[in-house]
Design a protein around this ligand. Structure first.
Ligand code: SF4
Ligand code: SF4
Length: 118
């Protein structure tokens, strides 16, 4: 399961900095305009934490399982974007995310998953 951005996205980029796995693109700074029609979530990288959904001012983000029927097509639209633009993470070292930061718990779990696969 992943989260999905839908058509009401206003490109304010509020969701980008809260994503613990940096899988929302294009990635501009909050308030920065992007040339893209909307932003997209990479379904293969999303860890379903829901932090982006809480941040979105226009309720454009849904859990894949709760997508309204008329927005179903955005599941493929998000995935297709990453077939054309391979995700390159800007997170150099997730240990740089400080304890107390809302992303800390998730970053820690990602590190645990990654080390289990090493
Ligand atoms: S649900 Fe979490 S991991 Fe997925 S895009 Fe949103 S913030 Fe990132
Ligand atoms: S927070 Fe919502 S409106 Fe803003 S860029 Fe993300 S999905 Fe689009």
């Amino acid at each position: 399961m992943a989260f999905v951005i839908t058509r009401s996205c206003c490109k304010d980029s509020s969701c980008v900095p809260v994503c613990p796995v940096d899988c929302i693109r294009p990635a501009g700074a909050p308030g920065e305009y992007t040339d893209s029609e909307m932003l997209y979530i990479d379904p293969d990288t999303c860890i379903d934490c829901g932090l982006c959904m809480e941040e979105c001012p226009v309720d454009a983000i849904y859990s894949e399982d709760n997508l309204p029927q008329h927005l179903e097509r955005f599941r493929d639209i998000n995935a297709e974007y990453f077939k054309r633009h391979r995700l390159v993470s800007n997170i150099v070292d997730q240990s740089e995310i400080a304890a107390g930061d809302a992303r800390f718990e998730y970053a820690a779990s990602i590190r645990a998953i990654n080390s289990a696969h090493d």
